[in-house]
Write a protein that binds this ligand. Sequence first.
Ligand SMILES: Nc1ncnc2c1ncn2[C@@H]1O[C@H](COP(=O)(O)OP(=O)(O)OP(=O)(O)O)[C@@H](O)[C@H]1O
Ligand SMILES: [Mg+2]
Length: 164
Amino acid sequence: MIESGPAEIMLRPVNLVEVVDKAIHALETQAEHAEITLLSEPMDGLCVLADQEQVARVLISLIHNAIKFTPEAGTITIRAEALEADEMIKVTVTDTGPGIPPEDRERIFERFYRGDRSRQSSGTGLGLAIAKHIIKAHSGEIWAEEPDAIPGAQISFTLPAMDA
Ligand SMILES: Nc1ncnc2c1ncn2[C@@H]1O[C@H](COP(=O)(O)OP(=O)(O)OP(=O)(O)O)[C@@H](O)[C@H]1O
Ligand SMILES: [Mg+2]
């Protein structure tokens, strides 16, 4: 998919809360088994110009990682906010797991890159590379940032805002 060039996307107005709920629904059983709480903060009418399927894919990839790396009794929180000038919407997925070391925060978006601590967990290291490909096709950015609370991982991405 990545090698075939820019992702093919169908841009439509998308209600963020709908795609977030869809992603949460896809993973709630898995989260329950892992005894992890999945939360989303109110997204009061935020709307993006995006390909709903592809954005769901990005969210599922981020939440799936968060479930995989967060120990029992942890929490995963999804937030969204409009950025300056209201031109972009920022979506953030935060977990209460061990976090991503600062020196890994850029490399995790490379194909096949997996952190040292991830050797025992399943995966190929493609989830975040695909997520980046999709977000880039929307003219957005995706990055790992210093979490609000330590320990924990925090990944954010932006998408073009759509006037509701
Ligand atoms: N929430 C997180 N907490 C801690 N480390 C993370 C988290 N998300 C990603 N990482 C680190 O980034 C690496 C790359 O993530 P990515 O989703 O691309 O690959 P993967 O999950 O290992 O495999 P795949 O997604 O292909 O199943 C992970 O192996 C892990 O080291
Ligand atoms: Mg992954």
